[in-house]
Write a protein that binds this ligand. Sequence first.
Ligand code: SAM
Length: 329
Amino acid sequence: MAAFKQLRLPPLPTIRDLVRLYRLRALKQLSQNFLMDERITDRIVRAAGNIQNHYVCEVGPGPGGITRSIIKNKPRKLIVVEKDPRFIPTLELLKEACEGSSQMDIEIGDIRSYNFEKGFETCKKSNWYEAPPPIHLIGNLPFNVSTNLIIRWLQSISEKSSAWSFGRSSMTLTFQKEVAERITAQVSDKQRCRLSVMCQFWCEVNHKFTIPGSAFLPKPDVDVGVVTLIPKTQPLVTLPFKMVEKILRSIFNMRQKASMKGAQTLFPPEERDFLGFKLFQLADVDSRARPFEITNEEFARICYAYKIICDEHPNVETYNFRGPKIQID
Ligand code: SAM
């Protein structure tokens, strides 16, 4: 029987080391909040499910707290993508420590331009409609990056491209608790917004647990939610991502008003009343409902009704309402 090399991970740098090495005061501006509690990093990795012998990409490993928890589970290949080169020495130590049980690649750069097709090229592609491939994306990223990233990744999921050209690769990510609640918000929940519907159109979402802000160094002003997203075999819509995004943005832009109000801004002024009425009639949805009172299925019908209207009125698809500043959620 092949003897496995005993995993000996170097100790995490102490808080004092981090303060000295990385000048934490400056790091606060870069939204770098580190998790130093191994029980919490282990729990995040457990939330991702079985990763043994699988392919994992960790986004923003920083000094490597979560990285260590991943390595302990012996993935086949671990790719860490970190923007800040100051972490190279600590990550190199971890790479050395896991030699023999996992392949670890350190990529310095922005996760938004990372080429997953290349990183996972040795992983066999899975059929979308079968079990997910052995690929997991895990990360504790700055809040602004993770929200922006999930929208980009949803687009890739909708196109079955990038990490999703291999099948329904899963994600385990941290968000500001309020954003985690938005992602998973159900109909009529007070946090329900465009992001909730977008995520739930394409993924099964689960708010696994909350990490108190006090667990991070330096401590952020908010608590943090750990969310898993697994792409659905059958997304609720199969229309172009940008079209869906535009429809939801327009409707949720007037959150407290009847949905008809926001939806009408999808159409040029001279056709607004007529096409707005037609949209809800075709979709069989109550136009008086406020956006957060509309179910995912009803939103999907609204999207398809909009597509029918675009096919009949070619000027509609390119129409861009220049109204009040759009709320970012
Ligand atoms: N994972 C570590 C932990 O939990 O202790 C660090 C978390 S810290 C909140 C976020 C990390 O993501 C930092 O190390 C930061 O440099 C890195 N980062 C920020 N933006 C990034 C990006 N666009 N691509 C890759 N890494 C990024």
